[in-house]
Design a protein around this ligand. Structure first.
Ligand code: GDP
Ligand code: MG
Length: 310
């Protein structure tokens, strides 16, 4: 959990004028500037990995180990933000163990379950990376696959999404037939209703430039599984460059998505997005770009508040 601003303020007066120390008159100013800097939103790591987790005490630890080992080996400055979405198991305790040994790991804990979309948004808006990747807690996609998404951003895309539907000779998708068929049917429907050009909207492995993330996630309204479709629809309307990239993916047992109930809920949302986001356009995005620095500060403050008062 991030340090609460209130707790800093309580300590602050005691530090400014301790009677036993002969402090320079500038100390108070320096300290307040320093505190302020700790709370700026300026990107301070190359990549933030956001992991939504709902009752993931079993599937999460191997995924976290893989992520940490991967970035430590590469020597890339990174952070991992796990958003515990009101788990009833020991997910939070497990993450705290990682936090104790690795300062790069941060836990945001929600007292009650609010959905994957909500958890991912909260993590993304609290992140400090130049690029932001979200991944599923079960590690269905090996973290090394982020290189493929990274390459797409390097060549100018704003958003790069993992895809299990695009054919490629050097990637493999291992899943059951019924999941594959239902996934395809859902996507075909989304193609017809909302987004013509994306073969797999639902893969839990997506990367964003910081700017694109701030634009998209602040407009996201869906807290549950339709949030991927919403983000991609927003990106399409804003004229962002979205790359769909084939990735390796293995179905990990223990999915919590109900393929019937959740799919129906998603359809209801998919119909709403067109009306909901009719005001989003390229011009809206350009305007956002002009005010980006200011908005980033504002968004970071809002996000901290949301994480501290869930
Ligand atoms: N099912 C579910 N998953 C959530 C929720 N909040 C966060 N998540 C996370 O979203 C990801 C979904 O992965 P999973 O259940 O394996 O779904 P699937 O692989 O798409 O079938 C996991 O990281 C979950 O822990 C929630 O409210 N429900
Ligand atoms: Mg899964």
């Amino acid at each position: 959990m991030t340090v609460k601003p209130e707790s800093i303020r309580i300590l602050f007066p005691a530090w400014t004028n301790p009677p036993s120390m002969n402090l320079q008159p500038t100390t108070s100013e320096r300290l307040s500037n320093w505190m302020e800097r700790q709370h700026t939103s300026a990107p301070s790591v190359s990549i933030s990995v956001v992991v939504p987790a709902f009752n993931e005490e079993r599937r999460l630890p191997p995924t976290l180990i893989d992520i940490i080992d991967f970035f430590e080996r590469k020597g890339t400055p990174y952070e991992v933000i796990v958003v515990d979405d009101g788990s009833r198991d020991n997910t939070a305790e497990v993450v705290r163990k990682f936090e104790r040994v690795r300062p790069e790991v941060r836990l945001i804990q929600l007292p009650k379950n609010q959905g994957k979309g909500h958890a991912v948004r909260l993590g993304v808006l609290n992140s400090r990376g130049l690029r932001i990747l979200f991944v599923d807690a079960d590690g269905a996609t090996p973290i090394a696959e982020m290189e493929r998404l990274q390459a797409a951003l390097d060549s100018g895309s704003d958003v790069a999404i993992g895809s299990r539907a695009l054919a490629s000779t050097d990637t493999k998708v291992a899943t059951s037939l019924h999941r594959k068929v239902l996934g395809r049917v859902f996507n075909r429907c989304v193609n017809i209703i909302l987004l013509p050009s994306i073969a797999d909207t639902q893969c839990g492995f997506k990367m964003f430039s910081r700017k694109a993330a701030l634009f998209l996630f602040r407009k996201q309204t869906s807290d549950r599984f339709s949030f991927d479709v919403e983000l991609l629809f927003l990106a399409h309307k804003a004229g962002l460059r979205v790359a769909e990239v084939p990735i390796n993916w293995t179905n990990v047992p223990g999915s919590k998505v109900n393929l019937v109930v959740d799919a129906l809920l998603m359809f209801r949302d998919v119909f709403r997005f067109r009306v909901l986001h009719r005001g989003v356009s390229r011009e809206a995005y350009e305007q956002f770009e002009q005010n980006y620095d200011l908005l980033e500060k504002e968004a970071a403050a809002e996000a901290r508040h949301a994480a501290d008062h869930p």
